[in-house]
Write a new protein. Sequence first.
Length: 95
Amino acid sequence: MNPETVFRRCADVRFRTVLDEGVVIKQATAEVLVLSEVGARVLELVDGERTVAAIEALLVAEFDAPAATIAEDLATYLGELASIGLVEARTDAGG
């Protein structure tokens, strides 16, 4: 995964943080998902503006884990989110 890739939530995805968990509604399929605190934080940071590298740097500053582990886990997680249609790589120039 390119560190300069910018992801955004898909248009049919609604997301809110409730207490320490994230609640995701994928409207197209009427799915409701609950994310852990870390998963919710990642989805919160996927705003269509931040690069993968910028998200990684924020997570390294916020969580007590080795940077290499965070980088690997973030890449895997973003891939999983993309594969189930929650996020997509931004391909346009303006967001």
